[in-house]
Design a binder for this molecule. Structure first.
Ligand SMILES: [Zn+2]
Ligand SMILES: [Zn+2]
Length: 394
């Protein structure tokens, strides 16, 4: 590779076999003067693998997209080899493993699997969500999410809580409200706002926990306060970016709400969904839910090893007909069986995977849209029918 100063880092394929690398620091003296480009190449070759892996791990930890690490690994053969090291993959940042639905491929699947095998909790969670909801591989998806949850990944804890509350991947009888509430409590203790809100509603309704209206209300106030703090922090950072030049205006980046008490606070911090939710939204936006579920089993068997036996998988075929997505725009979770999600009791048009999604969507959008259409139609039809009944026959 030619640098700005004209020196060359020779690659093994250009300069013949690379000299055996050492695991310890370079003991030799500096390269002799006048040795030219080849000396620079030798210096790169002499770097111990541990040091190169450490540098690549820092690149992965600060990467803002999967392309950042991929670009570094394309630099030379040695980076490509060492970029697959477990130390590098384990330290990959959440953004580094945030594969988009539009870029999904077998290679992306293998990358996430290698990161998960290396112990990267964000990769475990994202791949678990993809397998559970998109590929229909319920067993391996739930196992990956559980691995992330055991490691203290709050998003994984909350998603497992939603699965327990709904009995996702199984039947209605598989719902475990107490387990869902316990997972919610753990996620809330780690600072997950949606879990805090869900737990607040559970306490208010006695859903999976002993009823305590006051405690539930206290948790809802905490959730709103955290929303507000996140919104203020996001606005401040956006304003700083705009003041620094080149930043986007802070307004319109996130809508404001205070979800449960009619005041106005923040939606998500920065108005952005988690990478897993974004993946689900994009995935099902480009594929009809029934078709996606119908192809799930085939995709899962191709991508997942045969050793993974998913008793609750499926969802394809006729069972996939009539499945719906959560109506909260930033969620993306689909039903795994018919009538799994709760419906709006007023209009019956929208469906939610959780109370947290329902509360957020109500304040951000549905409050202005919800109309009891059936009741209106009944009221409109009833007087006409009564008038017809009362009218004298010709
Ligand atoms: Zn939802
Ligand atoms: Zn409604």
């Amino acid at each position: 590779m030619r640098t700005r100063r004209g020196a060359c880092y020779c690659s093994p394929c250009q300069d013949g076999p690379r000299r055996k690398r050492r695991r310890v620091g370079v003991a030799e003296g500096p390269a002799p003067a006048g040795s030219g480009a080849g000396a620079c190449g030798d210096m790169f070759d002499e770097l111990p693998d541990d040091l190169v892996v450490s540098i690549l791990a820092d690149v992965a930890a600060s990467a803002r997209s999967p392309a950042d690490l991929a670009g570094a690994m394309l630099t030379c053969k040695r980076f490509r080899e060492l970029g697959g090291n477990k130390v590098v993959l384990a330290r990959a940042s959440p953004r580094c493993v945030a594969v988009r639905a539009g870029a999904w491929s077998d290679a992306a699947h293998r990358f996430l699997q290698r990161c998960a095998d290396a112990g990267n909790l964000d990769a475990c969670y994202l791949l678990g969500m993809i397998r559970f909801y998109c590929l229909g591989s319920r067993g391996s998806g739930a196992a990956l999410m559980a691995a992330a949850a055991v490691g203290g990944h709050r998003e994984a804890l909350y998603s497992l809580a939603v699965i327990q509350f709904n009995g996702s991947g199984g039947t209605k009888d598989d719902r475990d409200l107490r387990a869902g509430a316990a997972l919610c409590a753990r996620a809330a203790s780690l600072g997950h706002v949606d879990a805090l809100r869900e737990l607040g509603h559970c306490l208010q309704d006695g859903y999976g926990v002993r009823r305590s209206v006051l405690d539930g209300r206290r948790l809802l106030i905490q959730a709103n306060a955290r929303e507000l703090a996140a919104a203020v922090a996001a606005s401040a950072s956006l304003l700083r970016a705009a003041a620094g030049g080149g930043g986007k205006p802070a307004s319109r980046r996130h809508s404001c709400l205070l979800s449960d008490f009619g005041c106005h606070a923040a939606a998500k911090a920065g108005g952005e969904a988690h990478a897993a939710n974004r993946f689900l939204v994009d995935w099902f936006a480009s594929r009809p839910l029934a078709a996606a579920a119908a192809t799930a089993a085939a995709s899962a068997t191709a991508a997942v090893s045969a050793a993974e036996d998913d008793g609750g998988a499926g969802g394809g075929g006729d069972e996939s007909c009539g499945l719906r997505l959560c109506s909260h725009a930033l969620c993306g979770r689909p039903e795994t069986r018919r009538h799994e999600f709760r419906r709006c009791s007023v209009c019956g048009v929208v469906n939610y995977c959780s109370r947290a999604c329902q509360a957020l969507h109500w304040k951000t959008a549905h409050k202005a849209e919800c109309t009891p259409m059936d009741r209106w139609l009944d009221n409109a039809v009833a007087p006409n029918a009564a008038a017809a009944m009362a009218a004298p026959a010709p």
